[in-house]
Design a protein around this ligand. Structure first.
Ligand code: PRX
Length: 640
């Protein structure tokens, strides 16, 4: 099924009049195109250079490198001057009793106040600041306050455990943590400050903890270390002039090996890209109320809740809660209440609300909507159709946006009013983006209709610059398998029209509810207790989460624990080492794992078993113990 573009496309920011011309400009002279696009920002010194990058080792990526700017000035001050009364952030609380409309002038006051407090705590340009917070306004202030004084923030999602938090603190060398007494989400509280206290038992790195009391619950404070946030509005903090290539933030993300990587984004290129894509892809105009439901703990929250929309002077919604609390009509009610016109969410949320039933749509009209978006994982056809037909009442184009933490912003997406919509297809590269499909040998597949590994052959301003503190890992992870290209880790198909269909990860990375988790990371966590000697983790299709987590675990020979106890030990280890977001869907206690004679686990076989695709297992005679496959199938089938 193809849904053709709307007739009245002249009203869109990108329309049939300027589309071809923009594509041609970006293709013919990308450097001139991006320099032109950089003019959308307010620069202290406008750059004379555009892209300066190479995808051959040593990998180096720079954009606008002689430009000077301040990201917070761009997101706050300039709009506080031009449109002081305009609502910058519409904040909606978990319970639904409260909405705060914060204007750009109020945002400036708050960001300034927090910047001052950070300075008083000794935070300087280049210092790393961990932000471990719920979705409250102060989280936005904290990110922008860091940007104002040139500190590098690293937001850690509240669903990560103290152990994960400690690892990130150590890795980036943060001296300060900003947290809240507790978070509230879906009616439950998250003990953020207590988690910070536990994390800090493992590292001496952090000297100060700034605590925002978002609720009335009081928490223990450590003398000389913990400080309650009290804004001081009397002082002005001048924004620090930053080089375009000065770091803006680090965001940790999982890979197929080792511990999470600190993805580093810099200032000028990132903001140019986040701002441009937010405005053009969502067709975000002056009077729109724009809502991206992502948590700021993820890249989508950075680029499309905070930096992109605020750089554009838009009104962005920040929601503390979850889609199904108190009832599965929560999102639709907020859309009606706030007159949301652009709505961007994840397939997981769409699937779970679809499952809750159409009756939850009936008390709302959603008439204010004009654009819908999807992100984070492939959206299946059924969910796409429901989103389009039922939520948007066939009036609203869906932009299915493909991108990654590493890409900083959206790379492949339909543009509303330009591209035909195909359910489940992210369709077309954005201006200046050059995707290719590579075969196993690393050659570009030139046929239009093809399948392969999705890579990029040219840089764009929003691209990550390095893995914080480990450039060799950056080169190894993204540029070594296919030299000369940035390899995304995803597979994709291209159809006869040249449209892209993302098929999912081709490495050992799971995408659970749109969140990336490395199998290796979960395996390490699952074996934390000595009663488990080895585990293997694979993904399997899950109706709501997209992908579920299946753990195969070998218990220690001398363990006294029963199977059920072993399962809860594994769950406990994963919860404490990573956090509740990695909670497994199925745990199978097995005698062994399918391994080659050299000891490598054949996850491909486990994936076939997890999907009940037994016929695809193929020849197992080269395994060290071929009989183990039958045993594992028996265990899995017995449990089903
Ligand atoms: O596999 C792709 C999937 O999510 C991965 C990136 O995850 P993360 O860095 O956490 O960023 C998520 C938000 C951008 C990709 O490698 N993915 C993301 N968007 C889509 C997608 N898969 C299919 N369709 C999408 N629209």
């Amino acid at each position: 099924m193809i849904y053709s573009k709307p007739e009245q496309d002249k009203n869109f920011l990108v329309n049939s009049t300027n589309y071809q011309q923009l594509h041609q400009q970006a293709f013919a002279d990308p450097n001139a195109f991006w320099l032109e696009m950089a003019k959308r920002l307010e620069w202290i010194k406008f750059p004379t250079t555009s892209g300066n990058w190479q995808f051959q080792k040593p990998i180096s990526i720079k954009w606008f490198e002689d430009g000077l700017l301040n990201v917070a000035t761009n997101c706050v001050d300039r709009h506080a001057k031009a449109t002081p009364e305009k609502t910058a952030i519409l904040w909606v609380n978990d319970q639904g009793a409260k909405t705060v409309a914060l204007s750009y002038s109020e945002l400036l006051k708050e960001v300034n106040a927090m910047a001052h407090v950070l300075q008083c705590l000794g935070v300087q340009k280049g210092d790393r600041v961990i932000i471990y917070m719920p979705m409250i306004l102060e989280t936005a202030y904290a990110m922008l306050a860091c940007a104002r004084i040139g500190a590098i923030h690293s937001v850690v999602f509240g669903g990560f455990s103290p152990e994960s938090l400690a690892g990130r603190i150590e890795d980036c060398g943060a001296k300060i943590v900003i947290t809240a007494n507790e978070g509230v989400r879906g009616g439950k509280t998250i003990p953020l400050k207590a988690n910070v206290d536990t994390a800090l038992l493992q590292t001496l790195q952090v000297k100060k903890v700034l605590v925002i009391n978002g609720t009335t619950t009081s928490v223990p404070m450590v003398v000389d270390r913990d400080v309650v946030y009290e804004p001081d509005y009397s002082k002005t903090v001048d924004p620090v002039a930053m080089n375009a290539e000065d770091p803006l933030f680090i965001l940790y993300t999982s890979g197929s090996t080792g511990k999470p990587k600190g993805v580093l984004h810099t200032s000028g290129g990132y903001l140019t890209y986040a701002s441009l894509t937010q405005q053009w892809i969502f067709d975000c105009k002056e009077d729109d109320v724009y809502w991206c439901t992502a948590d700021v703990g993820w890249i989508t929250g950075h680029s499309y809740v905070i930096y992109g929309p605020l750089a554009n002077g838009a009104t962005t919604v920040m929601f503390e809660g979850v889609p199904n609390y108190p009832k599965p009509d929560r999102l639709w009610k907020i859309i009606d209440d706030l007159k949301v016109s652009i709505f961007y969410t994840a397939p997981t949320a769409i699937r779970s609300l679809m499952q809750a039933g159409d009756e939850w749509l009936q008390t709302t009209t959603r008439d204010s909507l004009r654009i819908l978006g999807s992100v984070g994982e492939p959206i299946n056809q059924e969910a796409w159709e429901w989103y389009y037909q039922k939520v948007g009442k066939t009036r609203c184009p869906i932009v299915d946006t493909w991108w990654q933490t590493e890409t900083g912003g959206i790379l492949i997406t339909p543009l509303p009013g330009i591209n035909n919509l195909k359910p489940s297809s992210a369709t077309t590269p954005f201006f200046g983006i050059q995707p290719v499909l590579l075969n196993e040998q690393g050659q570009e597949v030139h046929e239009k209709a093809a399948e392969g590994r999705l890579a990029l052959k040219a840089s764009w301003p929003g691209q990550m610059r390095t893995v914080y503190g480990d450039h060799a890992r950056f080169e190894e992870t993204y540029f070594s398998q296919f030299p000369g290209y940035y390899f995304s880790g995803d597979g994709a198909k291209r159809d006869e029209d040249g449209d892209y269909w993302i098929t999912g990860r081709v490495d050992d990375v799971l995408n659970v509810s749109g969140h990336r988790l490395g199998t290796a990371e979960i395996e390490t966590a699952a074996t934390h207790d000595h009663s488990i000697i080895e585990t293997a983790v694979v993904g399997f299709p899950h109706a709501i989460k997209g992908e579920g987590i299946m753990v195969f675990a070998i218990p220690a020979g001398n363990t006294v624990h029963k199977e059920e106890e072993l399962r809860s030990i594994i769950r406990g280890s994963i919860r404490s080492q990573i956090g509740p977001i990695a909670n497994p869907d199925e745990i199978h206690i097995v005698k062994g794992l399918p391994k080659t004679r050299s000891g490598k686990i054949m996850r491909r076989i486990l994936r076939c078993i997890a999907r009940s695709e037994f016929e695809k297992i193929g020849d197992v005679s080269t395994l060290a113990d071929p009989l183990i496959v039958e045993h594992i199938i028996e265990v899995v089938c017995a449990k089903a």
